[in-house]
Design a binder for this molecule. Structure first.
Ligand code: FUB
Length: 339
């Protein structure tokens, strides 16, 4: 992931125009997955550090090592840092790159889902368990069988089933897989071919393994055709998220190299999802990654940008802004910096 050109940005002016300010300023945080558990907001972000690794398209400079969980009494209150929740050194199978996590609750236990590279260099997805939403979390000794790539997002449907969405191209390695099988010869499709789609699998009752084969999540256009690889403004790149609004399933994601957070709407957790529009226009920094959470009847987008670090793309800060829906169920696009 190349660094954005930031030479032209006046950060004092930008911060005045920003629709929200960083929730956390004593460390860098990114990829915020937000949930309400027992009436309180919990945010599960990446913990950005400068690991001193040179920038490349693989995202190797995102050398994160651990997670902290943040809690908030309301979207306006202070985000409290609850300390170290999980460190890569405590995960037997994981070597490095603790990227975007997510968490859920079941029967009074909390499950943290996280990607990391194993000792052979493959991204896998692990689960760690705690009695508290803030951790510390105890990792399973092995990653989820059949998991690969990055950016796990866990969704609990109203019927009590849990689904894990995941995947990401470029550094997330999704382009190396076809039908869940890795082959080093695999590459991204050609621009006029079908894009690589994100992945989903239902979880077992214990939330520790998939209960079915990993499936592709289909994102289709207004004619019912799968999005094409060359459709960079709309095709999936990374940062899957699922939420439900008025009985419809909203699958949202980042378009990566075009920096939009987009969404499609479907009728069930597997899709297909018809591309519908943009939720967030580009932020400062190369990556964009979000979650969507209902808090006391209002809907919020948790997202990040690199304004606090003055544009350093791997030193990001989590933020929150309200989103609104139109009567037809579409979401009004947010501009992160107003004119
Ligand atoms: O934080 C590392 C990576 O950057 C995430 O996994 C991606 O979604 C992007 O935000």
């Amino acid at each position: 992931m190349p660094e954005n050109s930031i030479d032209h940005i006046d950060f004092n002016e930008l911060n005045k125009k920003a629709i929200s300010q960083p929730l956390v300023t004593h460390m860098y945080t990114a990829d915020p997955s937000a949930h309400v558990f027992n009436g309180k907001i919990y945010i599960y972000p990446s913990h950005d550090i400068d690991a001193g690794i040179p920038f490349n398209d693989n995202g190797d400079h995102f050398g994160m090592e651990d997670y902290h969980v943040f809690s908030m009494d309301s979207v306006c209150s202070k985000a409290v840092d609850n300390g170290l929740a999980l460190h890569v050194d405590d995960v037997p199978w994981a070597e490095k790159q603790m990227w975007a996590p997510d968490a859920t609750e079941k029967d009074g236990k909390y499950y943290l889902f996280f990607p990391a590279r194993d000792y052979e260099g493959f991204f896998k997805i692990g689960v760690a368990i705690s009695d508290s939403p803030t951790g510390p979390f105890t990792p399973q000794p092995q990653p989820i069988k059949g998991s690969y790539s990055i950016d796990p997002a866990i969704f609990k449907d109203d019927d009590g089933n849990y689904y894990l969405y995941f995947g990401g191209i470029w550094g997330g390695m999704l382009q190396k897989y076809r039908n869940n099988i890795f082959d080093t010869k695999n590459e991204l499709p050609k621009p006029d071919e079908t894009a690589l789609m994100p992945l989903v699998a239902k979880l077992q009752d214990d939330l520790l393994e998939f209960s079915e084969e990993v499936k592709q999540v289909q994102i289709i256009d207004e004619n019912g055709d799968l999005l094409l690889e060359g459709d960079n403004d709309r095709r999936f790149f990374e940062a899957a998220w699922m939420h439900k609004y008025n009985g419809k399933y909203y699958f949202s994601y980042s378009t990566g190299d075009t920096h939009f957070i987009c969404y499609g709407i479907g009728d069930n957790p597997y899709g297909p999802f018809t591309y519908t529009g943009r939720i967030l226009n580009p932020v400062v920094g190369w990556t964009s990654h979000h979650s969507i959470c209902e808090v006391e009847g209002k809907w919020y987008l948790f997202y990040h940008d690199s304004s606090l670090s003055k544009g350093v793309t791997h030193l990001r800060s989590i933020k929150v802004a309200e989103i609104t829906y139109n009567d037809d169920g579409t979401i009004n696009t947010l501009d992160p910096y107003c004119e």
